[in-house]
Design a protein. Structure first.
Length: 445
C-alpha cells in the first residue's frame, strides 16, 4: 500500500518587509530634503540678511504648505490610491529641492520652499496608507516605527554630509546633491509597489492571507498572552471598545482623532525646533566648529531612530497593540528633557549625549500617533483621519520655528526650552482625555 502524499504548506513570502525598506529609503530622502535647510541656514543668512524671526519664518513656510496639503492629499488617496500619486510627488519634491540651490533672492528662496512643502505633503499619508494596507494589525506599530525612524534618519545623515559639502563647495551644492535620489526611488516604487498586496506579483497566497486575516485562533491566543500588568494598565489609559468611524463625518467629529492630533501638534513642534534651530544654536551659543556642529546636530536624530523603532516594537509586542502608553511616556519625558536643556553642558560629547537621549524620549510615542487612528477607522476612512492628525501636527511644526525666532529676538534660549517643556506637558494632559481603542487581537471571537 502506498503512503499518502504529504502536502507541505507553502512557504510564506515576506515581500511586505521589502515594501517597508522602500518606505524607509523614500522617507529618509524626503526628511533629508526638509532638514538640509537647517544646516545651510547660518550660511544662507550670510548671503541674505534676515532677523531670527525671518529665518524661523523661512523654515515655517515649508511646514505650513506641508500641513495644508494634508487634507487634500487624504481625500485624493482615498479616491485614487497611492500608486497614482506618490511617484509624481517624489519627482516634484526632488525638482524643487534642486531649485532651492538656484535661489538668487530671499523671495525666490521662500517660493521654492513653499512649493517644496506642497509637493512633499502627500508623502506621509502615502506611507501610512501603504502600511495600513500591507501589514497585519500585529505589525503596524513596528512598520510605523520603521517609517518614522526614516523621518529621523534623514536628519542623522544631513548635518555631517552638509558640513562636508559646505566645506568643499558651498551651501547651494547641498540642494543639488539631495535632488537626485528621490527621482530614482520614485521610479523604483512605481514598478515594485502596488496599492494592495493582493495586486502584487511578489506576494504569494500565504503572505496575503497572513496580512488580511486575523483568525479566531490567533486572536484568542493573543488574549491569553496579554500580561496581567497590561490588563491593569487598561483601566488607567481608558481602554474600551470603539465603534469604527465609517464616514468622513464621523472622523471629523471624533474627539479621539482631534485629541490625538492636538497632542501630536505639541510634540512635532519640539521636533521642528530641534531640526531647524539646533545647528544655529550650536554655532552661535555653544561656539562649535562646523564639523562639531555637524556631528552634534545629528545626535538627537540618532536617538530618534532608536526611539521610533523601540516605541513601535514595544507597542506591538509588549503592549499588545496599545498605543497611548508610549505617547504618554514620550510627552511627559520630553517635558523633562526640555527642562534639562536649559542648563546643558558646553562640551560636544556630553551635549551630544544629552541631545541623543532627548531624541529617544521624544520619539518613543511617534509611531503610535500614526497607528492610533488605524484602531478607530476603516481602511476607507483611515487616510482622512491620518490627514487630520498629520495636518494639525505639521501646523505645530510650522508655528514653532517662527515663534522660536520671536523669542530669541526678544528673550533668549532659556525661554525657548521652557516654552517647549510647557507645550509637551499640555500634550500629556490632552492624551489623558482620549480613549485607547481595544486592539482587535484582544477580542476573543
Amino acid at each position: 500500500m502506498s503512503m499518502p502524499e504529504v502536502i507541505k504548506p507553502a512557504v510564506r513570502s515576506q515581500y511586505r518587509w521589502v515594501v517597508a525598506a522602500l518606505i524607509f529609503l523614500i522617507y529618509t530622502v524626503a526628511a533629508a530634503d526638509r532638514a538640509n535647510l537647517g544646516v545651510a541656514l547660518p550660511f544662507i543668512r550670510q548671503e541674505f540678511a534676515m532677523s531670527n524671526a525671518q529665518a524661523g519664518g523661512l523654515v515655517s513656510l515649508f511646514l505650513l504648505a506641508y500641513a495644508l496639503a494634508q487634507l487634500p492629499s487624504g481625500f485624493a488617496f482615498g479616491r485614487f490610491g497611492v500608486s497614482r500619486i506618490l511617484p509624481g510627488a517624489m519627482v516634484l519634491t526632488s525638482l524643487l529641492t534642486g531649485l532651492v540651490g538656484t535661489a538668487s533672492s530671499l523671495l525666490a528662496l521662500k517660493l521654492y520652499r513653499l512649493g517644496l512643502g506642497i509637493a512633499e505633503g502627500p508623502l506621509p499619508i502615502s506611507m501610512t496608507t501603504t502600511i495600513n494596507n500591507w501589514f497585519p494589525a500585529r505589525e503596524k506599530g513596528t512598520a510605523s516605527g520603521i517609517f518614522l525612524s526614516a523621518v529621523k534618519f534623514g536628519p542623522v545623515i544631513v548635518p555631517p554630509l552638509c558640513a562636508v559639502i559646505i566645506s568643499v563647495w558651498g551651501w547651494r551644492e547641498i540642494f543639488y546633491f539631495f535632488a537626485i535620489p528621490g527621482i530614482v526611488l520614485a521610479v523604483v516604487w512605481y514598478f515594485l509597489v502596488t496599492d494592495h498586496p493582493s495586486r502584487s506579483r511578489f506576494v504569494n497566497q500565504a503572505e496575503l492571507q497572513y496580512i488580511v486575516e486575523d483568525t479566531a485562533i490567533t486572536q484568542t491566543a493573543r488574549v491569553h498572552k496579554t500580561p496581567a500588568w497590561v490588563k491593569k494598565l487598561d483601566r488607567v489609559i481608558r481602554t474600551r471598545d470603539e465603534k469604527p468611524l465609517e464616514t468622513s463625518r464621523q472622523v471629523f467629529t471624533s474627539w479621539n482623532i482631534w485629541g490625538c492630533a492636538t497632542s501630536y501638534c505639541f510634540q512635532l513642534g519640539v521636533s521642528s525646533v530641534l531640526l531647524a534651530w539646533i545647528p544655529t544654536y550650536l554655532m552661535t551659543v555653544k561656539q562649535f566648529s562646523i564639523m562639531n556642529m555637524g556631528l552634534v546636530s545629528a545626535a538627537p536624530w540618532v536617538g530618534a531612530v532608536l526611539g521610533n523603532l523601540l516605541g513601535g516594537f514595544c507597542s506591538d509586542r509588549l503592549m499588545g497593540g496599545r498605543r497611548k502608553p508610549g505617547m504618554l511616556l514620550s510627552a511627559v519625558g520630553t517635558s523633562l528633557m526640555m527642562y534639562l536643556l536649559i542648563n546643558s553642558p558646553a562640551e560636544p560629547l556630553p551635549y551630544g549625549l544629552l541631545l541623543m537621549l532627548t531624541g529617544v524620549v521624544l520619539s518613543l510615542g511617534f509611531s503610535s500617533y500614526m497607528v492610533y487612528p488605524m484602531g478607530l477607522t476603516t481602511k476607507k476612512t483611515f487616510p482622512i483621519s491620518n490627514a487630520i492628525v498629520n495636518m494639525i501636527g505639521q501646523l505645530g511644526a510650522a508655528a514653532t520655528p517662527f515663534i522660536t525666532g520671536l523669542l530669541l529676538d526678544n528673550y533668549g534660549w532659556n525661554y525657548v526650552f521652557a516654552w517647549l517643556a510647557i507645550g509637551s506637558f499640555i500634550s500629556f494632559i490632552i492624551l489623558l482625555t482620549i480613549a485607547e481603542p481595544r486592539p482587535a487581537s484582544s477580542h476573543p471571537t
